[in-house]
Design a protein. Structure first.
Length: 260
């Protein structure tokens, strides 16, 4: 069993235990969480924000290594560091991607169930219908990083495939620092008030019988941006190794083990 599957089962088990405990205690656990989760989330958000600003300069490591290594080559410790960082971000992207891949199967099953309920039995459940939105958002937002890892994003550049390895490395490096990271950083800044406001009021569905987890759904937006920045750094680090005359770790589309 993959690590991602074990983690997913653990999350499901913990959620089930909490739901059962909440039911047995007459909703006491839910009341406690509802009274404190906003404050805890606000504090956690501020801490993560400070951490993000503190480590953001380190994102330039790949760029600095590419410029230095292009002319003088990378020292062995620096090359080893880049490879370890690539492995870390690759592992995170693949693990999360392996977890959310099950959302595709659940999405198909739930959609089929909704169609049967509506057109065969004339029944319509709001929670079930809204779960399609949740599954769709989670699937595409949280699998974007592993898609970048697999080289699965659409490239509009018709010149890229004709470039040399050095040319592709420069293109990837510039694309990460001029497009990917700035756009993801803009998403994070924009989402601060959007997601923060949802957590402050524990935003729920506008429908009385809808899912009360809109604040969790919106949290997938900054998580998406952070994961894309991390995988973009891994892409830039691969480019830095290539420009330094070294062979970077193999891309995932050359390794069928990690394909979704």
């Amino acid at each position: 069993m993959k690590l991602a599957d074990r983690l997913l089962l653990a999350v499901i088990a913990v959620t089930a235990v909490m739901l059962i405990a909440d039911a047995l205690t007459g909703g006491a656990i839910g009341a406690v969480l509802g009274g404190h989760i906003s404050a805890v989330a606000a504090l956690t958000g501020r801490i993560l924000g400070f951490v993000g600003w503190a480590i953001s300069p380190f994102l330039l490591i790949a760029l600095a290594c590419a410029l230095y290594g292009r002319f003088k080559g990378l020292p062995a410790p620096v090359s080893k560091l880049l490879r370890r960082l690539i492995a870390v971000f690759d592992t995170i992207s693949v693990t999360v991607g392996d977890m959310v891949r099950w959302a595709a199967l659940v999405l198909v099953l739930v959609t089929g169930l909704i169609v049967v309920q509506r057109y065969v039995f004339g029944v319509s459940l709001t929670k079930l219908q809204e779960s399609v939105i949740y599954l769709h958002a989670i699937l595409f937002l949280l699998s974007s990083a592993v898609t970048l890892y697999n080289g699965g994003h659409v490239r509009v550049d018709i010149v890229y495939s004709k470039l040399s390895e050095q040319g592709k490395a420069w293109t990837d490096l510039l694309g990460v620092y001029l497009a990917l990271i700035p756009m993801c950083w803009l998403i994070l800044i924009t989402a601060e008030s959007y997601v923060g406001g949802a957590w402050r009021i524990l935003e729920r569905s506008r429908e009385s019988d809808g899912l009360p987890l809109v604040f969790l759904l919106k949290t997938a937006i900054p998580v998406f941006a952070i994961m894309m920045i991390g995988q973009g750094f891994a892409l830039a680090s691969r480019a830095a190794l290539t420009l330094s005359g070294e062979t970077p770790p193999p891309a995932s589309h050359d390794n069928a083990e990690h394909e979704l």
